[in-house]
Ligand binder design. Structure first.
Ligand code: PMP
Length: 419
């Protein structure tokens, strides 16, 4: 084995996983490309599982960051006011919230996606005085005890070592059948309250389940879910950690449904440059924590504020959103063609925007496609309860040449997997 990988093999905890799927030592990256120590160039259709929507080392963000550091900009400040923080809040408000008529307080819960989810669950419980949270099978929300309790993946849940409580997990949209909808069941469950079933504090969901198999909820399902929550005074939390920040073709993934969640969780690409940053957007009426009631040392990394502010420049130009949607349409056409051209893979189209893939009913097929893609110098992930989906996650600012180069490798990898 390569000496560097041997160091990892000898000393890193056995929980490591991506180093096993992609056994190379990476040294450099730019845009959609990443190089290993032998100079091999890979196409990155993984994009840090959604943390690198603008690609690696995006030049404008890099310049801002380097200038900031050279100028002795503040790196750590707890939640004190810094220029970097003020500029981020101001630009987020002007460029993202105002044009969308959104009115939310911005909270910094800690550096990761798990932190924003955990804060959302706490707010919902504190605001309603209720305990239970409704979540969905195949949902993924994080690894701390609270966020794991709403994560619908038995392998991950077993990692806790104890039973996880205070969650009601229901099948996601389209997971029952065409005649029966989860939301019929949900309404029935609420109406049966007289039988002692507790009304939940909140519902948490992803509009497209990133880890759980890029399952996309329909617009109507999301709207009905919102209506039920309003009717019963249940808080609606959208976990946009993976599907947000442009991944599905609009800044917030729930925009096409026109819903107004009470709490929105963002992380991954909100920092812009792959630096850790998370924000929780809270409707003003639920912004009731006392100062210090939820704190943490790394809430709002100033370097991430600098790159996050710069990343919002993309969203000042309405053409950007359209360009993401056009690329998404190219991917849909490509995948639809693949499914028709290679019926042996028994493929189904999954996802929305630049968060699409193919679920194969042939056991182990999607994993094989990802493995062959790696042999062909492309990084691509699988998703779903049985890794039945191969998942295309290019940076959303990828150019046509990069997109086409990636799609070509995917077709070749499908052919390899069928051999
Ligand atoms: N929510 C969703 C939808 C996610 O995809 C993830 C990460 N895959 C998380 C929460 C947790 O984020 P983090 O890994 O940054 O804690």
């Amino acid at each position: 084995m390569n000496k560097k990988l041997q160091i990892i093999e000898d000393h890193e905890s056995s929980v490591r996983s991506y180093v096993r799927s992609f056994p190379a030592v990476f040294t450099k990256a730019r845009g959609y490309r990443i190089w290993d120590e032998d100079g091999n160039e890979y196409i990155d259709f993984f994009a840090g599982a959604g943390a690198l929507n603008y690609g690696h080392n995006e030049p404008a963000m890099k310049k801002k960051l380097v200038d900031y550091i050279l100028d002795d900009g503040i790196t750590h400040s707890l939640d004190k006011a810094t220029d970097a923080k003020v500029e981020f809040i101001d630009k987020f408000n002007e460029v993202i919230m105002k044009p969308r008529n959104m009115d939310y307080k911005i909270m910094f819960p800690g550096p990761t996606g798990t932190n924003t989810v955990e804060s959302a669950l706490k707010i919902a419980r504190k605001m309603t005085g209720r305990t239970d949270i409704v979540s969905f099978t195949n949902g993924f929300h994080g690894m701390t005890i609270g966020s794991l309790a709403v994560t619908g993946n038995s392998m991950k849940r077993k990692g806790a070592g104890i039973p996880l409580s205070h969650t009601v997990t229901m099948p996601y949209d389209n997971f029952v059948n065409d005649e029966k909808d989860t939301l019929d069941y949900f309404e029935r469950f609420l109406e049966d309250n007289g039988s002692g079933v507790a009304i939940p504090a909140a519902v948490i969901f992803e509009t497209v389940q990133g880890e759980g198999g890029i399952n996309a909820a329909s617009i109507e399902w999301m709207q009905r879910l919102e209506r039920i929550c309003r009717e019963w005074g249940i808080m609606l939390i959208v976990d946009d950690v993976q599907a947000g920040v442009g991944r599905t073709g609009t800044f917030f993934s729930f925009e096409p449904a026109g819903i107004k969640p009470d709490v929105v969780c963002l992380s991954k690409s909100i920092g812009g440059y792959g630096l850790p940053l998370a924000i929780t957007l809270i409707k003003p009426e639920f912004d009731k924590w006392k100062p210090g009631e939820h704190n943490g040392t790394f809430r709002g990394n100033n370097m991430a504020f600098v790159t996050a502010t710069e990343s919002l420049t993309y969203w000042e130009d309405p053409e950007f959103e359209k360009s993401v949607q056009a690329k998404a349409a190219t991917v849909t056409d490509f995948l639809t063609n693949m499914i028709e051209k290679y019926p042996e893979m028994q493929g189904r189209l999954k996802g929305r925007g630049l968060m699409q893939g193919i679920a194969s009913d042939v056991e182990g097929f999607s994993e094989k496609v990802a493995e062959h893609a790696f042999e062909r110098y492309m990084i691509m992930e699988t998703a779903g309860g049985h890794d039945e989906v191969f998942k295309l996650f290019p940076p959303i600012n990828i150019d046509e040449e990069g997109l086409q180069a990636g799609l070509e490798i995917i077709e070749l990898s499908i052919q390899d997997a069928l051999k």
